[in-house]
Design a protein around this ligand. Structure first.
Ligand code: NIG
Ligand code: FE
Length: 412
């Protein structure tokens, strides 16, 4: 396929640029009046229209006059395998209940776990597929998916097997994360060590034997998993080669981000509550700070200090956090808009954070996240737009006209 007359070919970073740190995030190279050639599912070449030689006759030529071509969004933090939405909590939030209050009253994660334990693998696969198709139509071309609504050995495995099926069924890169340490199940409310032992001695060996996870995650937070408990789980998972991507500093300044860095986490995610220590730690570390502004928006908690992180030279990524409790949306266009509007990132920074740095947070920066020769041809073509900034500016509306995955149009 040859795409011609592209108004702006976005994110033509050098191929060896695998992530963007600090002020590097300002650099979003855009080639104006460009063409892009896709072959065998990969980006074969690109250049200026003025330099285009007459294309071969059997090429499919797509005229993108007035349109921008973006590398697909890389959504590095989601929980899209779940049995049922939780609109009942939506109403409670509106009348003033906090996320913590709802969880403490038996809502929240435990509520989702009770429903998931009753659902079949097929049901979970079908509902997650619908969510994933919607996300792809909204421009997502790579995704990470967590377990964490099982909370028993069997149900956590069931979730991970669903993710394995999604990996096989969908034409995009998918990473799986074991998040059994998402909440203490009621049976282990007063026996935390019992549940941790179950994860370490029963679940992890099985997950490794079936090769069901790429990463380990823990919800390290007051009322959930303490620093010591988190450290135990991360250390055990390391024996199986699972690097951490942890839920850190979502509701309180807890030391979770520093713990993640100490355990060489690929990313520490959320960071709505940060202090100078977090900024300093992330300024010299390769651990990515993954910010989830849709979560702040939906549960009305502070927005992360993106500017502080960028000024302190951290690697900042944006992701959706799509889940039934804190973020019932996987729309990365909206995430990028919120990145600009609420995190005060420039459109260039937000787009980089949702593409190349999102890919880096899934360790796929070599094949996704930018327009470079040899990378996967996962991208989207916008409607005609006046400028690049129009995409985040027109929040809540999709500017995506066509999605291309592995070099072919995607029709859900
Ligand atoms: O990332 N905070 C922990 N996990 C999810 C929410 C889970 C839920 O409420 O179901 C999050 O926000
Ligand atoms: Fe999350």
């Amino acid at each position: 396929m040859l795409i011609t007359n592209i108004k702006g070919l976005v994110g033509v970073h050098p191929k060896n640029q695998l992530f963007l740190r600090g002020s590097e995030l300002d650099q979003l190279p855009v080639l104006e009046k460009a063409w892009l050639l896709l072959e065998n599912g990969l980006i074969k070449d690109f250049g200026l229209m003025s330099d285009l030689r007459t294309p071969e006759v059997n090429l499919e030529v797509v005229n993108a006059e007035g349109r921008f071509v973006f590398p697909s969004w890389c959504d590095s933090h989601t929980h899209i395998v779940f049995a049922a939405p939780r609109e009942e909590e939506f109403a409670l939030k509106i009348v003033g209940k906090t996320y913590e209050e709802i969880a403490a009253a038996g809502g929240g994660i435990l509520n989702s776990a009770a429903k998931l334990q009753k659902a079949t693998e097929d049901e979970l696969f079908d509902s997650a597929s619908i969510r994933l198709r919607d996300m792809i139509k909204q421009g997502t071309g790579a995704v990470e998916i967590k377990s964490g609504y099982g909370l028993t050995v069997e149900s956590e495995l069931k979730m991970l097997r669903v993710i394995k099926r999604l990996k096989a069924a969908f034409p995009i890169p998918i990473k799986a994360t074991l998040l059994a340490a998402h909440a203490y199940p009621t049976a282990f409310k007063d026996n935390h060590q019992g549940y941790i032992d179950l994860i370490i001695h029963k679940l992890l060996p099985q997950v490794a034997a079936e090769n069901l996870a790429d990463y380990i995650d823990v919800f390290c937070e007051k009322g959930f998993f303490s620093l010591e408990e988190t450290a135990q789980i991360l250390s055990a998972a390391k024996q199986y080669g699972l690097l951490p991507k942890i839920h850190a500093n979502q509701l309180s300044v807890s030391g979770a981000a520093e713990l993640g860095v100490a355990h060489q986490a690929v990313s520490v995610d959320h960071l709505e509550e940060t202090d100078d220590k977090v900024l300093t730690k992330l300024s010299t570390s390769n651990t990515i700070a993954t910010l989830l502004p849709s979560c702040s928006f939906y549960i009305n908690i502070p927005f992360a200090n993106a500017k502080g992180l960028i000024e302190n030279n951290a690697i900042v990524a944006l992701a959706s956090d799509y889940n039934p409790g804190s973020t019932p949306s996987g729309n990365m266009n909206f995430v990028v808009s919120l990145g600009c509007i609420k995190l005060k990132m420039t459109p260039q920074q937000a787009i980089n954070a949702a593409t190349l740095n999102g890919a880096a947070a899934m360790q796929i920066g070599h094949e996704m996240g930018s327009i470079a020769v040899g990378k996967k041809a996962n991208l989207f073509i916008t409607r005609p737009m006046t400028s690049l900034a129009y995409l985040p500016y027109s929040f809540g509306q999709s500017q995506i006209e066509n999605v291309i995955l592995n070099g072919d149009f995607y029709h859900a």
